[in-house]
Design a protein around this ligand. Structure first.
Ligand code: SAM
Length: 247
C-alpha cells in the first residue's frame, strides 16, 4: 500500500499522462500509477546503482517492464524531449530538486512537459522560486503529516497565462493587515502561497516547530560576540516575527 505522501503525489498527476519519476528509488510511484491505469506508460530515473536495480526489479515483478522504462542517469538526463507529460520528483531536498530542474530545462528536457509534481523534503522556498522564475504556475499545494514527518506537495503547470497567474498568486495583499511593506513576497515563497491562503493545523504545527528551532539558534547567536552574529540575530528575529504574524 502506498504511503499517504505518495498517494497525494499520485493524486496530483493528471490522468492519462505519460509520467517520468526522477529519483524513483523502488519505483513505487510509477508502478502504482501504471497498475491503477492512471498513466499509460512511464519512465523511472535513478542516479544510483542500488535504487536503480531495485526499480528494475520492482517493474519486472509487477509485470510492467514493457510500459515502465527504468533508466540510470542524473536527473532529467534520462529523458528525451517530448517523452513525458508529467515529471514527478519526490523525497529530496529543494535545492537538489531545483538543480535537477535547471539542468533539465537548459538541456531542453522539459519541452513538452505539461506538469511537475514535486515533494521537496526541505527548502520548499527554493523550489517555489525556481518555478516562479521559469514560467511555471504553482497550481496546487498541500501539506500533510505522516509518521511524525510533515510533507509539502506541489503541482505546477505549463500554461500561457502563467505569468499573470503567478503575479496574482504571489500578491501578498491578503496579508496586508499582518505585515509591513515588503515582507509579503518572501513569506509566500517560504510558507506557500496556497497554503497561507488556507492555513491548516498541520501548517501551523510545522511553523511552530520551525520557530522553536530558530529560537534555539537565536540563543546561540546571542551568546556570540561577533558583529556578524548580531546582524544575523536581528535578521532571524525579524523573520520569526513575520512567521508568527501570519500563522
Ligand atoms: N522518489 C522516491 C520517494 O519519494 O519515495 C524516493 C526518494 S529517495 C529518498 C531519493 C532518491 O533520489 C534516491 O534513490 C537517490 O538515489 C535519488 N537521486 C538522488 N540524486 C539524484 C539525481 N541527481 N538524479 C536521479 N536520482 C537521484
Amino acid at each position: 500500500k502506498l504511503s499517504r505522501r505518495l498517494q497525494k503525489i499520485a493524486e496530483y498527476v493528471t490522468e492519462g499522462s505519460r509520467i517520468a519519476d526522477i529519483g524513483s528509488d523502488h519505483a513505487m510511484l510509477p508502478v502504482y500509477l501504471l497498475q491503477s491505469n492512471k498513466c499509460p506508460s512511464g519512465i523511472a530515473g535513478e542516479l544510483n546503482e542500488g535504487p536503480y536495480e531495485a526499480a528494475r526489479k520492482q517493474a519486472a515483478d509487477a509485470g510492467l517492464s514493457k510500459r515502465l522504462a527504468v533508466r540510470q542517469g542524473d536527473g532529467l538526463a534520462v529523458l528525451q524531449p517530448g517523452e513525458a507529460d508529467t515529471v514527478t520528483i519526490a523525497g529530496m531536498g529543494g535545492s537538489l530538486m531545483s538543480d535537477i530542474l535547471e539542468a533539465g530545462a537548459q538541456a531542453g528536457k522539459l519541452s513538452g512537459v505539461q506538469e511537475l509534481v514535486l515533494q521537496p523534503n526541505v527548502g520548499e522556498d527554493t523550489v517555489r522560486r525556481w518555478l516562479r522564475h521559469h514560467g511555471w504556475y504553482l497550481a496546487e499545494e498541500s501539506i500533510l503529516e505522516e509518521d511524525g514527518k510533515i510533507y509539502e506537495i506541489m503541482r505546477a503547470v505549463q500554461t500561457p497565462d502563467a505569468a499573470e497567474l503567478n503575479i496574482e498568486l504571489y500578491d501578498s495583499s491578503f496579508l496586508k493587515a499582518k505585515l509591513n511593506e515588503g515582507e509579503g513576497t518572501a513569506v509566500l515563497f517560504q510558507m506557500g502561497p496556497h497554503l497561507l491562503r488556507r492555513p491548516t493545523a498541520v501548517l501551523r504545527h510545522k511553523w511552530r516547530l520551525e520557530l522553536e528551532k530558530q529560537e534555539r539558534i537565536c540563543k546561540q547567536l546571542a551568546q556570540s560576540e561577533l558583529a556578524e552574529s548580531e546582524r544575523k540575530l536581528h535578521q532571524f528575529r525579524a523573520e520569526m516575527n513575520v512567521t508568527r504574524e501570519v500563522l
